[in-house]
Write a protein of this length. Structure first.
Length: 122
């Protein structure tokens, strides 16, 4: 069986190790969408814990509630057009809709993990 090739956002090796087995439960296409979505939301600079955030996205994908946003699709398109993994500085959430989605996603993750705004700003 060929090795699975996924393009990861710029996260630590610890995050990759922690999430690799969870991603293995997803099809290649869905796993890559999850990683692209993670990269899109991280581009706002509001993800405080990559591992927890990525695991939350994976959990949604497994449950069938994951939604691949336009922002995530832009990351995928940029990566495909560049022929390599985009750095977070190479793309931006350009529309107001993308920014609103990413902010809501961030707030939803905060609520999921019981993080208050005061604790998130530490």
């Amino acid at each position: 069986m060929p090795q699975r090739v996924l393009v990861w956002p710029e996260v630590s090796g610890i995050t990759k190790t922690a999430c690799k087995s969870d991603l293995a439960m997803l099809t290649d296409d869905v796993a890559q969408q999850v990683l692209d979505e993670c990269a899109a939301v991280r581009a706002l600079g509001k993800v405080r814990n990559d591992t927890m955030f990525l695991r939350a996205l994976i959990t949604r994908a497994i449950a069938g509630t994951f939604v691949f946003s336009d922002a995530g699709n832009k990351v995928a398109t940029e990566r495909a057009n560049a022929g390599k993994r985009p750095r977070s500085t190479l793309f931006a959430l350009q529309t107001e809709e993308d920014k609103i989605y990413a902010q809501r996603e961030f707030e939803r993750m905060q609520a999921m993990f019981g993080v208050t705004n005061e604790a998130a700003n530490v």
